[in-house]
Design a protein around this ligand. Structure first.
Ligand SMILES: NC(=O)c1ccc[n+]([C@@H]2O[C@H](COP(=O)([O-])OP(=O)(O)OC[C@H]3O[C@@H](n4cnc5c(N)ncnc54)[C@H](O)[C@@H]3O)[C@@H](O)[C@H]2O)c1
Ligand SMILES: [Zn+2]
Length: 369
């Protein structure tokens, strides 16, 4: 299978490679991009045993000296403490300004290794090797990296662009069904905000563990298309001041649901519930509600086909407290992404009261008319 590439022309441009058997080619791809001879792989305790040896071998063949830092998998370890351990690993191994960090894993690894690379020696090169679907279609592209604080997620971070992103879709086969579905939430989000054709494809060929083994080239094409959609947004707005907010479709309500569940509900499921709710709510205030009611049904159906539940177990009033903690809130207002149709959305600033009313309508069981 040919490798697909997507170029991201931000302030420091880079290329995203999508295909199969790319882990074996990490060394060859990275070699021309960095001056140094030392590559530090950062990975987690699930991904490391599966894939680090292949990446180490490939880097060694390209002439790199490698070291590997493995941290305990999971969002609960995306902390300043683990970040500090990564920095200590880089310093202990004498990585210098010309060397490179390889982030091998899901979004937690990418965010944390990226932030370490952004700050170690005031910034050294890093390469994203995303292994979860979420990381391939979302977190590895765009240059945002961060760690969590006890007070909230992603509260400390930076914008730091990778030198390259290498997405080997062959890695997706070792995800659990839930982990795969989590990434599908973002894939469906991209389709709804930007690509009617992608939505048709997802309806006809839902991404599941079974479909992965049957049709890897289709999955690679879907991943590459998602990278293009995210790229098209981030190149217009590298530091998230305007249009990049479109990527938050379904996320204002989704984040409130996710937080209210104390993260028992996955991000993909929470966003699926949020997308359906905000679409229903937008229908309720539209001059012609029918197309948006239909779109809400369509989003619900395609989410369910990807293993994502869409009916929210909470009432809107139970979500108000978590919604008030939304990092994206600006004083008494919040920027909401409202769908106008497939591949057409608008960003509207609404008062918090109005947001809670939209959430109430979106999550109520009543049929809209
Ligand atoms: N920087 C951004 O723009 C951005 C965007 C969206 C999300 N994020 C961040 O991404 C994180 C979520 O990403 P995630 O869902 O990938 O989380 P994750 O990195 O924790 O990965 C999920 C689980 O899958 C495992 N895993 C990953 N790849 C695997 C593979 N190929 N085979 C087997 N197991 C594998 C991991 O070990 C982990 O247990 C959050 O911390 C979120 O804040 C960042
Ligand atoms: Zn998301």
């Amino acid at each position: 299978m040919d490798t697909l590439t997507v170029d991201v022309n931000v302030s420091r441009p880079y290329r995203v490679h999508v295909g199969t058997r790319l882990l074996e080619r990490v060394g060859e791809i990275v070699r021309p991009l960095v001056a140094g001879a030392h590559a530090a792989i950062v990975t987690d305790s699930n991904v490391g045993p599966l894939y680090a040896p292949i990446v180490e071998e490939s880097l060694a063949q390209a002439g790199f000296k490698t070291t590997t830092f493995v941290f305990a998998a999971g969002e609960s370890n995306k902390t300043l403490a683990t970040y500090e351990e990564i920095l200590a690993h880089l310093a202990d191994n004498h990585l210098d300004r010309g060397d490179v960090v390889i982030a091998l894993g899901g979004g937690v690894t990418g965010d944390m290794a990226g932030f370490a690379a952004a700050t170690y020696l005031r910034g050294i090169a890093y390469v994203q090797v995303p292994t979860s679907l979420l990381a391939m279609v979302d977190s590895s592209v765009g240059g945002k990296c961060a760690v969590d604080l006890p007070q909230g997620k992603n509260l400390v971070g930076a914008f730091w662009q990778p030198k390259a992103v290498i997405a080997d879709v062959g890695c997706l086969g070792t995800l659990s069904a839930e982990q795969l579905a989590d990434g599908c939430g973002e894939v469906i989000k991209h389709a709804v905000i930007a690509d009617a054709n992608l939505l048709d494809i997802l309806e006809a060929h839902p991404i599941t563990l079974a479909s992965l083994s049957e049709n890897l080239p289709l999955i690679a094409a879907i991943v590459a298309r998602n990278v293009e959609i995210k790229r098209n947004v981030v190149v217009q707005d590298e530091r998230e001041s305007g249009v990049r907010k479109l990527l938050n479709f379904g996320h204002s309500i989704g984040h409130a649901i996710e937080a209210r569940s104390h993260f028992a509900l996955g991000h993909g499921t929470s966003v699926a519930m949020g997308m359906v709710a905000i679409t229903r709510a937008t229908a309720s205030v539209a001059d012609d509600p029918e197309p948006l009611i239909e779109l809400a049904h369509r989003i619900a159906k395609v989410c369910e086909a990807h293993g994502l539940k869409t009916s929210c177990p909470y009432e809107a009033k139970e979500l108000v407290a978590s919604a008030l903690h939304d990092k994206k809130r600006r004083g008494d207002a919040i920027d909401l992404v409202l769908p106008l149709g497939v591949a057409s959305c608008t960003i509207q600033t609404v008062e918090l009261d109005q947001f809670f009313e939209l959430m109430r309508i979106g999550l109520s069981e009543e049929e809209l008319s």
